[in-house]
Write a protein that binds this ligand. Structure first.
Ligand code: ME8
Length: 510
């Protein structure tokens, strides 16, 4: 079967402090989409990494008494380690201090110079080091003698220096046309509207170099300037495919990117600046930018300064990685913010994982072991209850591919968990434990239950890969060889199956 290519990225993280739940959320969300696409027979390239230049990192390094590169070497490792702890399936991890990236950024810069989109002038205005972003005067408020961005709440400083500019203003019309022709370039729709309104309100040219510090990629042929960290950082998506070698196998296969998963705070960079740079450089823009919401704690963005942090590593140690992945994916709904707490994490683990999916697997596998010596056979005599469950499952699986392809993970999870709920109900109603004298009917019920477990496990695999892999192994299903044609109603299991024992999947929290 021919495969489609799918290139998906997370934001590359600032190694300016310890990884937090927001980082974990962005990464896991992208990983779920990547895993689903792989399971659905696509050729996937999934990228993550660290964003290591700019004033924010230079300042963090100085605070730690380290040279910036030594500092980045140290913290970038912590982020790389996080990819393992979060069980990410990334194919590459890029650092913007690598040679391959440097080459790619310089080339993109040269293209923008050649197209006449870059000119030298002077920047006078507000800058936030924490956001690495420029703000207009009408985006600033004053509190206690200090100035802050109304957009992000971060403190800003006044900057006046020689700077190269990108002619963003001249791309307004072309960007609006681009959004029009690519109606799903920005999802969810609410974010698309935000961006379109912002662009419609007029665009200023963008300062794309700095002269007051040195930690960055130098402007080609002008050592005084370093390239603006966002122009540098965004280019990572090209660098990982060996751009500027546009004949490279990776580049040819995977560019334009299929999906950039990012937080809503960095939408402007990805949905306005990035396509403008690319259009100017005559490179095709990505197909989609999905802006997810924030993880909140009591209505506030989770942050160290607010002291409301749930540390992902501590949660993983205490509850497990599948548990954290499932909770974050379920709790934060399609593009909106999600409020998380230990209490709701525990409730979610108990209700969906331990009592629903975990219980379904446990009860069927132990029944099959104790009563059928792990061997189950299906006959032709399908009951009305069997038919009903099969039809309900077909209805619930019908839209799943579409939901995933539109990043609507929340409704996807609801449907899959509902299939698990209905299967548990079917078993309660059919009472196979009362059918020890009607082995044929009992065996049919168990077979259908195992078929349901197989489907649910494949569908939940992108979210809880560890537990579902155990179940699929017990069912002797090789995920790499199984495509998702069951979404169109096909069966996964053969008529006669012999399963392996399955140990407990999720512990209930008391
Ligand atoms: O922005 N909830 O890096 P970053 C959800 N280097 N998501 C959150 C969050 C929260 N509480 N806090 C942060 C950068 N994030 C740039 C990206 S890409 C070319 C460069 C998300 O480490 C945030 O929205 O500050 C962003 O998508 C990601 O974490 C990385 O944030």
């Amino acid at each position: 079967m021919s495969q489609n290519n799918f290139y998906i990225t997370t934001p590359i993280y600032y190694p300016s402090g310890d990884p937090h739940m927001g980082h974990a959320y962005s990464s896991i969300l992208a990983d779920v989409f990547a895993r689903f696409k792989r399971n659905d027979n696509n050729n996937v390239f999934f990228l993550t990494g660290t964003d290591e230049h700019g004033l924010k990192i230079q300042t963090a390094a100085t605070k730690n008494g380290l040279d910036p590169l030594m500092y980045c070497d140290k913290i970038s490792l912590i982020f790389k380690d996080l990819t393992t702890k979060l069980n990410l399936s990334n194919d590459d991890f890029i650092r913007t201090t690598e040679k391959r990236h440097h080459k790619s950024v310089s080339d993109l810069w040269d293209r923008l110079v050649r197209s006449g989109d870059i000119y030298l002038s002077k920047y006078k205005g507000w800058y936030s080091v924490s956001d690495e972003a420029y703000y207009n005067s009408d985006e600033i408020i004053e509190k206690n003698g200090k100035k802050f961005s109304t957009f992000s709440g971060s403190q800003v400083e006044w900057v006046e220096e020689e700077s190269f500019f990108f002619k963003l203003s001249s791309w307004q019309k072309k960007l609006l046309e681009f959004y029009d022709n690519n109606s799903k370039f920005i999802l969810p729709i609410s974010r698309r509207n935000e961006v379109v309104n912002f662009v419609k309100s007029g665009l200023n040219d963008l300062s794309v170099s700095r002269t007051s510090f040195t930690w960055g990629i130098k402007v080609p042929n002008n050592d005084k300037h370093v390239i603006y960290v966002w122009l540098d950082a965004l280019t990572n998506y090209l660098s990982a495919l060996n751009f500027p070698d546009t004949n490279d196998r990776l580049y040819k296969r995977f560019w334009p990117a299929s999906l950039h998963v990012i937080g809503k705070d960095i939408l402007r960079f990805h949905a306005v600046y990035w396509p403008a740079f690319l259009l100017a450089a005559k490179i095709k823009p990505p197909s989609r930018v999905f802006g997810h919401g924030w993880i909140l704690s009591g209505d506030e963005k989770m942050s160290k300064s607010k002291g409301n942090i749930l540390d992902p590593l501590e949660i993983i140690k205490k509850y497990g990685i599948d548990e954290l992945r499932y909770y974050l994916m379920k709790e934060v709904s399609h593009g909106s913010d999600g409020n998380i707490s230990l209490k709701s994490l525990e409730n979610c683990i108990n209700s969906d994982l331990a009592n629903n999916y975990g219980n379904l697997c446990q009860r069927i596998f132990s029944f099959v072991k104790n009563n059928c010596n792990n061997k189950v056979i299906k006959t032709k005599n399908i009951s009305a209850a069997d038919k009903k469950l099969i039809e309900q499952t077909k209805t619930l699986t019908k839209d799943l591919r579409d939901l995933m392809n539109n990043q609507n993970l929340n409704n996807y999870i609801k449907s899959v968990i509902n299939i698990s709920f209905l299967t548990n109900k079917y078993i309660n109603d059919e009472e196979p434990w009362k059918l020890k004298n009607n082995k044929e009917k009992m065996s049919n019920i168990l077979h259908l239950s195992l078929e349901q477990i197989a489907k649910i496990s494949i569908l939940l695999n992108p979210i809880i890969p560890k537990a579902t892999t155990k179940v699929l192994e017990s069912l002797k299903i090789n995920l790499k060889l199984t495509n998702m044609s069951f979404l169109d109603g096909k069966d996964l299991l053969s008529k006669e199956i012999v399963v392996k024992d399955l140990n407990i999947l999720f512990k209930k929290i008391n």
